[in-house]
Design a protein around this ligand. Structure first.
Ligand SMILES: NC(=O)c1ccc[n+]([C@@H]2O[C@H](COP(=O)([O-])OP(=O)(O)OC[C@H]3O[C@@H](n4cnc5c(N)ncnc54)[C@H](OP(=O)(O)O)[C@@H]3O)[C@@H](O)[C@H]2O)c1
Length: 376
């Protein structure tokens, strides 16, 4: 066996021996004074990515305060990316552990999962800040094993509807948190309000929005500051607004995942093929388009719509008075019409991209999920 795995196995064994009885699976069954600390193990995927790094910084800043205020120890048990892996039963130092990652070995992830879902394990949260389908394949096993999942990765909820529903079912059945608020609108609360509407019996009729912070930024720079389209794309990439692969943004694949996730949360049983997508072209004609639009008092935006019949996403030229035509660079706006809120739709708006705000949203999900785990 490789050396890394042997070391991991040995430390897991020691940890189980030391802690399996010290960390009850159902802590509420043991009377505890308010000051007793409960530990929640965190596993972070995307350790050195933009969102993952911002999340580690935030965790480093908040760990101590949360220990004092809530009596919860958020311990970074493991962190990984495609290339590296770090694991420490005592908890990694969040803002320094990127230098501790060793080369990732094929069995690392499997050993880690086995550790997380073993009987008697400490409450744990798996935080997915990757953009990988391979990582979303793990969610069913994690949720079924009682491990909470917090995702910035939009891919799971944009897979076939049956997969989306199975994740919801597993989370519900195993009373395990599954949170993914940042998968649409970064740190703007969009999904929770949609769930609230449905739970109080208010039927959502339609969703309309500027959902891409990166595209909103790119089009604002082209229209307001005269940048060439390609220059604006490069700048958005440098600021961390675009996806790891910017073509995901321009082909509207990334925004279509957001729309599908939002639509499903609103109760529309849609599949990816129910969305009509008109991609954004870097065809050298943007300056001419913008000039014509300005002459008519209009503005280009990438607008997304969905209702129970399907969805549409693409560039549209809107009158200057439209609220969607008056957004700041990177801003998102979503309007939701319901059977109660029809003539005046519910409007939700804020910054729709950026590693720091996204990591802050992930952190909120982690806190809510950790609270749910320690109450079990
Ligand atoms: N940036 C934003 O404003 C924003 C907003 C909302 C949501 N998100 C979502 O947040 C996620 C991360 O975005 P980002 O901007 O931080 O991307 P990023 O900088 O490219 O980071 C992606 C991270 O995921 C890791 N990764 C990829 N595939 C993996 C795998 N199979 N196993 C383990 N690790 C893997 C990468 O590792 P390597 O470096 O080794 O490849 C990297 O650390 C994406 O899903 C994105 O859609 C981002």
């Amino acid at each position: 066996m490789r050396q890394g795995l042997t070391a991991l196995d040995a430390s897991l064994y020691l940890f189980i021996a030391m802690n399996v009885y010290a960390l009850p699976r159902h802590p509420e069954t043991v009377p505890q004074p308010a000051t007793v600390r409960r530990r929640v193990d965190l596993v972070l995927v995307g350790a050195r990515g933009q969102v993952g790094s911002a999340f580690r910084q935030r965790l480093a800043g908040q760990q101590h305060a949360l220990r004092l205020a809530l009596g919860v120890d958020l311990a970074l048990l493991a962190t990984l990316d495609q290339r590296g892996f770090a694991f420490d039963l005592q908890g990694l130092v969040p803002d320094r552990c990127h230098v501790d990652l060793r080369a990732r070995e094929p069995g690392d992830l499997e050993h880690l999962l086995a550790h997380l879902v073993r009987p008697g394990a400490a409450p744990a949260l798996f935080i997915d800040c990757s953009a990988s389908d391979e990582i979303t394949d793990l969610y069913p096993r994690l949720l079924a094993g009682g491990v909470g999942v917090v995702a910035a990765n939009k891919r799971a909820n944009a897979r076939p509807l049956a997969f989306y529903r199975e994740l919801q079912r597993l989370a519900h059945h195993h009373e395990t948190p599954y949170r993914y608020e940042t998968t649409a609108g970064a740190a703007i609360p969009l999904l929770e309000p949609l769930r609230d509407l449905r739970q109080r019996g208010e039927r959502v009729r339609s969703i309309r929005g500027v959902l891409s912070g990166s595209l909103s930024y790119i089009l604002a720079r082209v229209q307001d500051d005269g940048l060439e389209f390609s220059e604006a794309v490069a700048e958005a990439g440098r600021l961390g607004y675009t996806e790891p692969d910017p073509s995901e943004d321009l082909c509207l694949r990334d925004v279509s995942r957001k729309l599908l996730g939002l639509a499903r949360e609103a109760g529309f049983a849609l599949e990816a093929q129910d969305l009509t997508i008109v991609p954004l072209q870097d065809d050298g004609n943007w300056q001419a388009r913008v000039t014509k639009a300005k002459q008519r008092g209009e503005r280009w935006v990438v607008l997304a719509d969905a209702d129970e019949r399907g969805g549409r996403i693409g560039p549209q030229c809107l009158p200057g008075a439209s609220p969607f035509a008056n957004l700041r660079p990177g801003q998102n706006l979503v309007q939701v019409t319901t059977d109660l809120q029809d003539s005046v739709p519910l409007s939700l708006s804020g910054p729709g991209a950026g590693p720091a705000v996204t990591a802050a949203g992930v952190f909120s999900d982690v806190l809510a999920a950790a609270r749910q785990l320690v109450r079990r």
